[in-house]
Design a protein around this ligand. Structure first.
Ligand SMILES: [Zn+2]
Length: 352
């Protein structure tokens, strides 16, 4: 069987010091792999004639040597926007958009994605395009005030919120906003999901709720940005979710995926008619230590163990670990149960 090679495979090869001349000649190249090789060749890296130099190719897929900002000469910004490196970031945005749409996390033209590419500039999605069907050519480049520098389409109006997160949070390299139904259900209820139930959620997501404001307004962006010191995933009341990552755009997407799976799972748990079993505060503390070592913020870092699993807001049977005495399950009244038993006994006695 012929091997299939994608743009990601080529980038991984170059990142590890490999040489594209070593690619199997009978390999099937994906369209993005062909685009990447063509782009590298066009930029004078000699791929097409087989005289490629792996060092120069690696440079073509690396960030610009001189960090970019809104003050950079327009030619430098354009060069970046049209580079193989820039194209790779645009493809990453398209890939995340496709995953958002395929998992029904976006509807209509909803949702938007951004990647920081310099001190105060970012690549972002355009307005009026389904996130499931974007092409790299659709992407826009804006400064942190939302002024558009590059791209044939107009930038999304919700970009201001992403930019306010990046301004407020220098570690934020990527942001993802979408409307996944289970998480948005919690956002409409204005409720942070209960905790201490599933390890992945505890380690990778730190969820807060921002009050409702009109989408796209600076006020909305500020309320979200205010939460980013302690949270990487924010439920926007009556709207949806926005996440940020200090790693990359896929990692920002993962926050949403983890939150959505979690909200879905605990809603199933809530319907099973038994109080959920939660992990102990000591077990959660172990997870928070891992979280801290990964550089992921959480408002519970540094709290005492007894404060860690407080699920007061969550009613279906979860009890707060601060009180060691378990609350009786909802609907269970020992006195009423005894009365029912006595009446049943009397009826049974008469029947016999
Ligand atoms: Zn939205």
């Amino acid at each position: 069987m012929k091997p299939v090679i994608s743009a990601k495979d080529i980038e991984a090869l170059l990142a590890h010091g490999g040489d594209v001349r070593g690619l199997p000649t009978d390999a099937i190249l994906t369209p993005s792999a062909k685009d990447l090789l063509r782009d590298l060749a066009r930029r004078g890296h000699g791929v097409a004639d087989g005289s490629a130099n792996s060092d120069s190719l690696a440079t073509a897929t690396a960030p610009p040597a001189k960090p970019l900002s809104s003050r950079s000469p327009k030619a430098e910004i354009d060069d970046f926007f049209n580079s193989a490196y820039g194209r790779n970031l645009k493809e990453q945005i398209c890939d995340v958009g496709r995953r958002l749409w395929q998992r029904a996390y976006v509807d209509g033209n909803g949702g938007n994605i951004a990647i920081r590419v310099g001190e105060n500039i970012a690549l972002c999605t355009p307005t009026l395009v389904s996130k499931g069907f974007m092409k790299p050519e659709d992407m826009c480049l804006v400064d942190f005030e939302g002024n558009q520098f590059c791209g044939a389409r107009n930038r999304t109006s919700e970009i201001l919120m992403h930019l306010q997160i990046m301004k407020r949070q220098p570690r934020a390299v990527a942001t993802v906003h979408c409307h996944p139904p289970y998480s948005t259900g919690f956002a409409v209820a204005g409720m942070v999901p209960p905790t201490c139930m599933i390890p992945e959620y505890e380690v990778f997501a730190s969820v807060g709720v921002a009050p409702y404001r009109t989408p796209g307004t600076p006020e909305m962006g500020k309320l979200v940005a205010d939460l980013t010191d302690k949270h990487n995933t924010i439920l926007m009341a009556n709207h949806g979710v926005v996440s940020w990552s200090h790693n990359n755009v896929e990692d920002a997407y993962f926050k949403v995926e983890i939150l959505e799976a979690y909200c879905r799972t605990i809603l199933v748990t809530a319907q099973l008619g038994v109080p959920p079993k939660t992990m102990t505060p000591a077990q959660l503390q172990d997870l928070l230590q891992i979280k801290q070592s990964l550089g992921i913020p959480d408002p519970r870092h540094g709290l005492k163990e007894c404060e860690l699993c407080d699920n007061e807001e969550w009613r279906p049977g979860v009890t707060c670990a601060i009180s060691p005495k378990a609350e009786p399950a909802v609907g269970f009244d020992p006195e009423a149960e005894a009365a029912v038993q006595a009446i049943t006994d009397q009826i049974m006695a008469k029947l016999i």
